[in-house]
Design a protein around this ligand. Structure first.
Ligand code: ADP
Ligand code: MG
Length: 152
């Protein structure tokens, strides 16, 4: 399966990508967001969550609580940020497995750090900052399959 690749030259493009991901997302989706500090992981979570019907203001990086839930939209969003995670146990104790099998979509910033704790069906969204701050986004896994199909 080929990854889905796109570029976001401006935040408006990130909002459009967020809408496409929101339209393609299904309950029990687990999406790892991978990229350096400032790559745009939180910004993309915001774009996806707003497209699902949440307000932009409600979306903040769950740095200290590690997980936020946005439930005002048509599908819940479970937003993890595992940057400050101490160890695997801390992630499991948050109830990660229940979130994965819940009614919503799970988005995990720094998801590569807990890759071994994610289900096999997890998708990966890799964001890199290129020249002129353009974001290069490469999506692999079941989500990429659905995005590729809707492109055609
Ligand atoms: P991360 O969560 O990966 O650390 P953030 O989403 O918090 O990154 O921050 C990304 C920053 O980059 C934001 O301040 C945002 O305004 C800026 N930015 C500039 N261009 C883009 C773009 N095309 N897509 C997303 N964010 C962008
Ligand atoms: Mg962030």
């Amino acid at each position: 399966m080929q990854p889905f690749e796109t570029v976001c030259p401006a935040e408006s493009a990130t909002d459009q990508l967020g809408k496409r991901i929101a339209d393609a997302a299904q309950p029990c989706d687990v999406i790892a967001l991978v990229g350096t500090l400032g790559a745009g992981k939180t910004r993309l979570v915001q774009a996806i969550s707003v497209a699902l019907g949440n307000t932009a203001e409600s979306i903040t990086s769950p740095t200290f609580v590690l997980v936020n839930e946005y439930t005002a939209g048509r599908m819940p969003v479970y937003h993890f940020d595992v940057y400050r995670l101490k160890d695997d146990d801390e992630f499991l104790e948050l109830g990660s497995d229940e979130y994965f099998d819940g009614d919503g979509v799970t988005l995990i910033e720094w998801g590569d750090r807990v890759e071994h704790l994610l289900p096999e069906r997890a998708s990966v969204v890799k964001i890199d900052i290129g020249a002129n701050d353009v974001r290069r986004v490469v999506i692999s896994g079941p989500l990429s399959e659905r995005l590729t199909i809707t492109t055609k």
